[in-house]
Design a protein around this ligand. Structure first.
Ligand code: AMP
Length: 202
């Protein structure tokens, strides 16, 4: 691709925990040549490194609660201001409620930008729980306890799901069936984005 004609795709992937949005997000971002901005990954990296931010959010993540909106939005603004996000990005895990949608709108509008598409990965609650239990065994994530899993799914249904109607009103939501093989699901997402006129690099 020649200079000046780089693909710009500003994407958000949404779905309940255990929907596979992390895995699919990485695949899609790679094919568009854009960075994944995952707030969960940023928080976990800070916890691992023992930074001030990490210390502040450890208990919140372990309980499956949400980190305060202002703090989260500030971290995302900083990340999106880095050079590699200039031509696009894929957000995973942010915004997670309507307040954060407002923060993101304001930030992007300030740059004359807006989200191009919101990929919604549809997975039934029972399937999400089963996948999270498996991940708890495989990865040993400290917030994958039974209690925290149920709590996070409740927060998703009560706080995160409402952001979908906000984006649906803007006509940018692509609802994708999240049950199937990894390749099948990636293919469904790609097809939806292509139909929207968003071009992949490869
Ligand atoms: P995730 O990896 O997206 O499931 O996020 C893991 C945890 O990080 C969540 O359960 C929250 O505690 C925190 N977190 C991630 N993204 C956000 C966000 N946008 N707002 C508030 N808390 C968040």
């Amino acid at each position: 691709m020649t200079e000046g004609t780089r693909t710009a795709a500003r994407l958000l992937i949404v779905g309940p925990q255990g929907s596979g949005k992390g895995t699919q997000g990485v695949r899609i971002a790679e094919s568009f040549g854009i960075p994944v901005v995952s707030t969960g990954d940023i928080f976990r990296a800070n916890i691992k490194q023992g930074t001030e931010l990490g210390q502040k959010v450890t208990a919140i993540l372990d309980a499956g609660d949400l980190v305060p909106d202002e703090l989260t939005s500030e971290i995302v603004r900083d990340r999106l201001s880095q050079e590699d996000a200039e031509n696009g990005f894929l957000l995973d895990g942010y915004p997670r409620n309507t307040t954060q949608v407002g923060h993101l709108d304001e930030f992007l509008a300030g740059r004359g930008e807006a989200l191009d598409a919101v990929i919604l990965l549809d997975v039934p609650r029972e399937e999400s729980i089963a996948r999270l239990r498996l991940r708890a065994v495989e990865q040993g994530r400290s917030d994958d306890t039974e209690e925290a899993i149920a709590h996070r799914l409740d927060i998703y249904e009560n706080e995160t799901a409402p952001i979908i109607s906000v984006y649906e009103e803007r006509g940018i939501v692509d609802r994708v069936d999240g049950v199937g093989s990894l390749d099948e699901i990636t293919e469904r997402i790609s097809a939806a984005l292509t139909a929207r006129g968003l071009r992949e690099l490869v």
